[in-house]
Design a protein around this ligand. Structure first.
Ligand code: PLP
Length: 361
């Protein structure tokens, strides 16, 4: 792919490695540049890296009206050799195209996505935050730009990638959160868009998030539309661990996003010291097994936190069910350690998971 570079003048760009003094937070900062590419006349074209800044977009741009907009979220890490490495970025590129299929957006070849992201990270590599547990958060997204007020797939789109230097998600220790088990709100129904990272799915989750906060919970546990089976946790997959060490993730269906973290945990299996499998999880069995001490740990998997341990669940009527002693369990702490060590290059990862961002100049 031929990428045009329109970079900021050297006097306006970062010239020294980023050594943040305080906590940089998650998703707040941006680097100097972004990548853009347009879809027009049936093809992706005009790949460019340009200064980070506002877009020009017509008020009739279809993404604004009919929500044809999808995104991804991935991370890159700095290893001890001072080089930046992406983690399972090819999986994100594949998933962007799965989301694209679901909301009728043209695919972007995986190789094109990977080259775009690598080129952008290379240009802004000095922005990597040199701080324990930090990363470059990678946000690719695609949205319909065609100026037309009618509900049908647009003929014009933009693919954009921005980078966010982000700090460690947790301080020294993992925290256990509480989840609201909601029968009032649903994230997805079969035949809908739940298996995609369509922007509208996240708008639709905001009310549920507010309800969770009103119950003193950090997030919601979504059930299927019949309120019988466990689906997801906010923007994470759900999992639990049984007394015998088996880790269970709900079966992927068209109402559950295929988390790359979950897929990685499934692939690592033995290396994590436990059997990992997927099955449909009935809420009533799940609660009974927690109360009987058969389920000893639970949590969510997702790129942002890697793993978010759950200490307790609260029902909409105020009933609380505590998992184990309500604190972060040993197995979850071990999974978090192994996974983050692979990301940081401190432990070998399976072939192809960790890829160096080559220096182009
Ligand atoms: C709805 C939903 N489920 C699960 C996940 C976790 O997926 P991943 O591990 O690929 O970040 C995410 C985040 O991308 C999400 O938005």
């Amino acid at each position: 792919m031929d990428i045009k570079y329109n970079l900021k003048p050297a006097s306006e760009r970062r010239t020294e490695p980023f050594e943040p003094q305080g906590d940089v937070g998650f998703g707040k900062l941006r680097t100097d540049h972004m990548f853009m590419m347009d879809y027009k006349d049936g093809q992706w074209q005009n790949a460019r890296i340009l200064p980070y800044g506002p877009f020009e977009m017509m008020p009739g741009a279809m993404a604004l009206h009919y929500g044809q907009s999808i995104f991804e979220g991935a991370k890159a890490f700095m290893h001890d050799d001072g080089e930046i490495y992406t983690f399972r970025l090819d999986k994100n590129a594949q998933r962007l195209n799965r989301s694209a299929d679901i909301v009728c957006i043209p695919n972007i070849p995986e190789a094109v996505q990977l080259e775009a992201i690598n080129a952008l990270i290379d240009v802004d590599r000095l922005w990597f935050p040199r701080q324990e547990g930090a990363c470059l958060y990678i946000r690719p997204f695609v949205f319909a730009t065609e100026d037309r007020l009618s509900v049908s797939p647009a003929n014009q789109y933009t693919f954009c990638v921005v980078l966010s230097p982000s700090g460690a998600y947790y301080g020294k220790n993992l925290n256990a959160i509480r989840l609201l088990i909601t029968t009032q709100f649903h994230r997805a129904v079969s035949g809908g868009t739940g298996a995609s990272k369509a922007a509208g799915n996240y708008a639709a989750s905001l009310r549920a998030g507010k309800a969770a906060a009103e119950h003193g919970a950090a997030q919601v546990l979504y059930l299927d539309s019949t309120n019988q089976y466990i689906e997801e946790v906010g923007a994470m997959n759900h999992f639990h661990i049984r007394k015998d060490g088996t880790l269970i993730i709900p079966e992927f269906t068209d109402t559950i996003l295929r988390s790359i973290t979950s897929e990685s945990i499934l692939a690592l299996g033995e290396e994590l010291g436990c059997e990992v499998r997927q099955e449909t999880v009935k809420l009533s069995d799940f609660i009974a097994d927690i109360e009987a001490g058969e389920i000893v740990e639970a949590g969510g998997f997702g790129t942002a936190a890697v793993v978010s341990p759950v200490g307790s669940y609260i029902f909409e009527d105020g009933r609380i069910v505590t998992v184990g002693d309500g604190k972060v369990g040993e197995r979850i702490s071990h999974i978090y350690k192994v996974y983050t060590e692979m990301q940081k290059g401190l432990r070998p990862a399976p072939e192809g998971w960790v890829r160096k961002v080559e220096r182009r100049s």
